[in-house]
Design a protein around this ligand. Structure first.
Ligand SMILES: Nc1nc2c(ncn2[C@@H]2O[C@H](COP(=O)(O)OP(=O)(O)OP(=O)(O)O)[C@@H](O)[C@H]2O)c(=O)[nH]1
Length: 541
């Protein structure tokens, strides 16, 4: 017999009982809270961030950004180490026989890499030294090119000493880029330097064209290169007078620190683009022989190698970027600290249109500069690194005018009166003086706004002997490795002969740097994790 369906039991209860239960539950919760309080455990509060009214908000954000960057670098380094370790293990697995030999695994991995992968590759600094020595040996007259913005900083006592010790070679100073300094300052430097050595004021033409374009330009009435170049006549006459006094053909070596305009001078003398010229430092990597006429041959040379014991400002301004791997922030900070006076800051602000209204330190300056120029990272924080690159490229480039005063005295130890007199022998110095005066007269000089007073750090020590070249610092190695490991973009830059840092400089005018790769990869990972957490199958069924 079918049993009748029972009615569900009612949940109704008396109010007295319901209130009693609710009271008990409240008491229980209160008890739990009390116990938690006794244990000192509090609910974590949500971080409200830095309020806009906080006085040091920018500095705090910058610090946080730096910390984040450091963490990223550390992660990157750890990743590289792991990859290396895995590679090493894989090699061991492939060649287990090698384990029986007593060679340490680390050495075993590194040695064949350097020997097999790059068989004929030499340290580029050593190559530079070899080439430079060859140029000095081959020359009868050596032109030491000085950037008129910091002539003393472009003099290298070690190289000058080597020339003096050779006995029979002549040394001439060429004050190039004279268009970038005020005329009075140029005259002061000319007086100062002429006391020691024959000095020529020069302004190389910077808009030189190749042979084919030259032929087209010749059809015009006045070749524009001539209009741009100044001091060519003075230099040519000086060399010719010396050649005539010698009575034989002469070789003229052109030497100097990077970017002083060695190749531009040769191009100006030839009125043709023969040597490679460009803003990136250290473009010339080997000697290049250029016949000027039947009797005079000019030799272009790679730049001097700077010694690491120089001041940081000198290192920032005179290190060939293709050889040294510099950190833009350090380099730019060193330059900024060298231009550190109230007056300079003021002119800085006006001239470069940086419009940075006063700054406490270099970091503060670069933060404000990045904000002004719209150089931002992902998340909107100012891109300090890009701002530093911008400043560095302007100071080592060919358009920014700055100048420094000649010192009260500097007596190079390798020059005594006899040597100085000997160096001047055979040259028509009176003619040179009048020609220099004419060259200065012709020059326009920089705009008033372009006059930034700079404090020179004095002569820059260079390295001329290969044996004196120090081993790479661990940080340099690390930097090089990092730049090598960066993606295809930089490989392309290397193959095109443009160094990575320089490449970055050329990219600077592109305002935003928000597309930095490391942050992107990180967020993608995060996103993929978040996606994994969401299970469509369970949620939508
Ligand atoms: N304003 C100005 N710029 C110049 C002058 N001479 C050279 N430059 C610029 O300076 C930069 C470097 O010139 P280069 O001739 O390549 O210098 P370099 O000494 O041969 O350089 P490296 O090959 O790196 O050793 C180029 O951008 C030139 O246009 C000058 O007299 N005035």
């Amino acid at each position: 017999m079918k049993r009748p369906k029972l009615k569900k039991a009612s949940k109704r209860m008396t109010c007295h009982k319901r209130y009693k239960i609710q009271k008990k539950v409240r008491e229980h919760h209160r008890k739990l809270r009390k116990e938690a309080k006794k244990r000192g455990h509090k609910k974590p509060r949500k971080d409200p961030g830095i309020p806009n009214s906080a006085p040091f908000k920018e500095a705090l954000l910058r610090e946080a950004e730096l910390r984040k960057q450091q963490l990223e670098e550390l992660k990157q380094q750890q990743k590289l180490d792991r990859q290396k370790e895995q590679e090493r293990k894989r090699k061991h697995e492939v060649n287990p026989g090698d384990e029986q030999s007593n060679v340490e695994p680390h050495q075993e991995f590194e040695e064949p890499k350097s020997k097999k992968a790059k068989p004929g590759k030499q340290n580029p600094k050593k190559l530079h030294c070899q080439e430079l020595k060859k140029v000095i040996e081959a020359s009868d007259v050596v032109l030491e090119v000085l950037d008129a913005r910091d002539p003393l900083g472009c003099r290298c006592p070690q190289v000058e000493e080597a020339i003096v010790q050779s006995g029979h070679k002549k040394l001439i100073l060429v004050l190039n880029k004279s268009d970038l300094v005020p005329k009075e300052n140029l005259e002061n430097w000319l007086n100062y330097l002429s006391k020691e050595l024959p000095t020529v004021v020069f302004k190389a033409s910077t808009d030189m064209k190749s042979k084919e374009k030259m032929l087209k330009a010749k059809k015009k009435a006045v070749p524009f290169q001539r209009k741009l170049c100044s001091g060519k006549e003075a230099l040519c006459k000086l060399l010719r007078s010396f050649q005539q006094s010698c009575g034989k053909d002469i070789q003229v070596g052109v030497i100097g620190f990077p970017n002083v305009g060695k190749s531009s001078i040769i191009n100006s003398l030839k009125q043709e683009r023969i040597c490679t010229v460009g803003v990136p430092m250290g473009l010339t990597r080997s000697m290049q022989i250029v016949p000027l006429d039947k009797q005079i041959t000019v030799i272009d040379s790679p730049c001097f190698i700077i010694s690491p014991c120089n001041s940081s400002a000198a290192l920032a301004l005179r290190s060939p970027v293709s050889i040294e791997v510099l950190r833009p922030l350090e380099a730019a900070s060193a330059i900024l600290s060298q231009a550190d006076s109230q007056q300079t800051r003021f002119v800085f602000k006006v001239v470069l249109k940086y419009t940075v209204p006063g700054y406490k330190d270099s970091l503060d300056f670069f933060t404000k500069l990045a904000q002004k120029r719209g150089l931002h990272q992902k998340g909107g924080s100012p891109n300090i690194e890009s701002a530093a690159k911008l400043l560095w490229s302007e100071w080592t480039g060919a358009s920014l005018g700055y100048y420094c005063h000649p010192p009260a005295s500097w007596n190079p130890p390798h020059f005594n009166e006899n040597i100085a007199a000997n160096m001047k022998k055979g040259f028509n110095l009176e003619e040179l003086e009048t020609n220099n005066a004419h060259s200065i007269q012709v020059l326009k000089g920089p705009r008033l706004a372009n006059r930034i007073l700079f404090r020179s750090s004095g002569p820059t020590n260079g390295i001329i002997e290969e044996t004196d070249i120090p081993e790479e610092l661990p940080r340099q190695k690390e930097n090089k490795q990092n730049t090598e490991d960066q993606g295809n973009d930089e490989n392309n830059a290397e193959s095109s002969g443009v160094p990575p840092v320089e490449d970055a400089r050329e990219m600077l005018p592109v305002e935003s740097t928000a597309n930095k790769p490391p942050d992107r990869s990180f967020t993608l990972d995060e996103m993929s994790q978040e996606d994994d957490d969401y299970d469509f199958k369970t949620d939508y069924l």
